[in-house]
Ligand binder design. Structure first.
Ligand SMILES: CC(C)(COP(=O)(O)OP(=O)(O)OC[C@H]1O[C@@H](n2cnc3c(N)ncnc32)[C@H](O)[C@@H]1OP(=O)(O)O)[C@@H](O)C(=O)NCCC(=O)NCCS
Length: 143
């Protein structure tokens, strides 16, 4: 994707990132996107990726490595820039950064109803793991 620059999040990006997540209908967090970003930045800011074209944020990916598996959340490409290879480029960079940390495998979760996103990940070589995703809340996200 020509013109796309992928870099780590920096402080002035926050409002544009939240606006992108809103446009992509990704805002489901209990604590709200601004707190979500604050927590990620405190933990490992360099793994929150933004994709820019001519300086404007058109894509994000929140990448994490837990020492065993890599995780990717908040993959988003601006609706007016989709199907131009940006999502693929963001995933390639996320995988590159995970590999550099020694990560052997990426896991990710897609809402069961989101067939188009499953097709996107399939096109990138992701396959269904046939696991049931379980979760247990230990405390509210916010401190
Ligand atoms: C999923 C998403 C990130 C894909 O980004 P994108 O930049 O449009 O994807 P790409 O152009 O890199 O697509 C790469 C390939 O994936 C497949 N693909 C992408 N979007 C697809 C769709 N809607 N339906 C079917 N296949 C799709 C195609 O094979 C595509 O290659 P092609 O365009 O040459 O046919 C984007 O649609 C998005 O932001 N969606 C809203 C947010 C979201 O649901 N994020 C995922 C959370 S789990």
């Amino acid at each position: 994707m020509s013109g796309l620059v992928i870099r780590s999040f920096s402080a002035g990006d926050e409002d544009a990132v939240v606006a992108l997540w809103r446009r992509c209908d990704l805002l489901r967090s209990w604590i709200g996107p601004h707190d979500e970003i604050k927590i990620k930045v405190k933990h490992d800011a360099d793994m929150l990726l933004v994709g820019t074209i001519d300086g404007s944020i058109v894509a994000t990916a929140m990448v994490g490595y837990d020492g065993h598996r890599g995780w990717i959340n908040y993959l988003a490409v601006s609706p007016d820039a989709q199907r131009r290879g940006i999502g693929r480029a963001m995933m390639t960079e996320a995988e590159r950064r995970l590999l550099a940390l020694g990560c052997p495998k990426v896991n990710l979760q897609v809402r069961a109803t989101n067939a188009a996103v499953v097709r996107f990940y399939s096109a990138l070589g992701y396959t269904e793991d046939h696991v049931i995703s379980l979760g247990k809340r230990l405390r509210p996200d916010a401190d």
